[in-house]
Design a protein around this ligand. Structure first.
Ligand SMILES: *Cc1c(COP(=O)(O)O)cnc(C)c1O
Length: 422
């Protein structure tokens, strides 16, 4: 089988599930009125990423320089047999977890940030700009930019800029310029600018896009949802396949926009769709009850961003103006799910579960005590689902779960659940 040919954990191609989907991926679309968002996208993104977004090629070569950086930053990441968790549960189910928290920024987001910065540089860019909420994407962009000698400009929602100081310091350490958004450096920011405005991802994305359009040699980098982001993240799943000693009955990951889920599961799911293995494997996407697009959303064309700057994507969505209640897992507070993930969900190839925050954080503490790793609140959703599945599946079943990041900068999220005297 082609995907086993890479040797132990070393991956030299990304996988594109567009080649194996049972249906054609619905194309990006412009809204009926207003300027063409598709034309805009071609002006702000590195050109290679547009090609990847539209590509139906099954395998996409990872540029040599990107592969070298993956290796320097700690890829392949470990696949761990969760013996402590298995013992604590006592269900006779074997559990493995893939751990992206070992990367220097503490999450999988670096996998695509490095690739995107590489393509921005190849396009002649000097600067990359983006928006960030809690800061994980901003951190990944900042580090990736610094590795390629690019300047990173990050618009961070003002409320997070104040509450997530450590992530701001991280970004600045890597040399990024970080503006609390709304800022006074763009028109879009100045419209809302006042010192007490908490900001929103919608405003921050408008600022980043405007920043890119208003200067030379600047590119915009998105952190999730776009198909090319999921493609870059398949390095996770390809490594997992070569590291797993047995085929899983269930593969589980959390979903914000879908990039760690797609990256982790698609290489296995694609093989299943081609009839090349993983026949018995189920794929379970886990979302926050605060943003339940896969379990309670509608499948339709919607904007992937809160203000409608980007082209519309056919996806499961709660509506682009849906504002999820604040939860610790900020990375899961997103209204939609990637196009390919949505098609696969619609066709019944992916199952979905949603969990409320308190249950998730209890599972996070349980996992930390059993395995010694403090998972990110986002990743803890996948852990919560794995615990539930382990209790329901027959003895001898196998679960593999993606732990997309560590929670070392989120320990305040653990405080409330600890107060319950676990
Ligand atoms: C951003 C983030 C997520 C959610 O984003 P996806 O694109 O759905 O993967 C999950 N886990 C962590 C640690 C994150 O930083």
């Amino acid at each position: 089988m082609e995907i086993f040919n890479y040797g132990f954990g070393v991956v030299n191609k990304w996988y594109n599930i567009a080649a194996d989907l049972p249906a054609v991926l619905p194309p990006l679309r412009d809204p009926d009125t207003g300027d063409s968002r598709i034309a805009l996208l071609t002006k702000i993104l590195p050109s290679a990423l547009i090609d990847q977004e539209l590509s139906a090629e099954r395998w996409i070569s990872i540029p040599e320089e990107v592969r070298a950086i993956y290796a320097r930053l700690g890829r392949p990441t470990p696949l761990v047999r969760a013996e402590g968790l298995e013992r604590a549960l006592g269900t006779g189910v074997r559990i493995y977890y893939k751990y992206e928290g070992v990367l220097p920024v503490g999450s999988h987001k670096l996998n695509t940030a490095v690739a995107q910065a590489y393509y921005a540089k190849a396009d002649g860019a000097r600067e990359v700009a983006t928006e960030t909420g809690a800061g994980q994407w901003g951190m990944a962009t900042s580090l990736a930019a610094s590795l390629f000698g690019l300047r990173a400009v990050v618009f961070m929602t003002r409320s997070s800029y104040a509450s997530k100081r450590q992530r701001v310091i991280f970004m600045k350490t890597y040399g990024a310029v970080v503006y609390p958004s709304p800022s006074d450096v763009t028109e879009s920011g100045r419209k809302h600018y006042e010192p007490n405005h908490p900001g929103s991802l919608g405003i921050a994305i408008s600022e980043a896009v405007e920043y890119v359009l208003s200067g030379e040699r600047r590119r915009y980098l998105p952190g999730s949802v776009m198909e090319f982001v999921l493609i870059h993240q398949t390095v996770i799943g390809l490594e997992t396949i070569s590291q797993m000693p047995e085929e899983p009955d269930v593969a589980v990951a959390c979903v914000g926009g879908g990039s760690n889920f797609g990256g982790f599961t698609y290489p296995m799911l694609g093989a299943k769709l081609r009839g090349e293995g993983f026949e018995k494997t189920r794929f379970v996407a886990v979302e926050s009850s605060a943003a339940p697009k896969l379990t309670a959303g509608q499948y339709k064309y919607d904007f992937p961003d809160a203000v409608g700057v980007l082209p519309m994507v056919k996806m499961y969505t709660l509506g682009h103006d849906y504002v999820p209640p604040p939860v610790h897992a900020a990375g899961l507070r997103y209204h939609g799910a990637a196009s390919s993930l949505s098609v696969l969900r619609k066709l019944g190839h992916i199952e979905a579960m949603a969990f409320p925050q308190d249950e998730v954080m209890r599972a996070a503490v349980f996992f930390a005590r059993a395995e010694g790793v403090i998972p990110a609140p986002e990743s803890a959703h996948a852990v919560r689902a794995a615990v539930e599945l382990a209790k329901k599946l027959p003895r001898g079943s196998v679960i593999v779960v993606n732990v997309s990041g560590h929670g070392l900068l989120d320990v305040d999220a653990y405080e409330k659940v600890l107060a319950e005297n676990l």
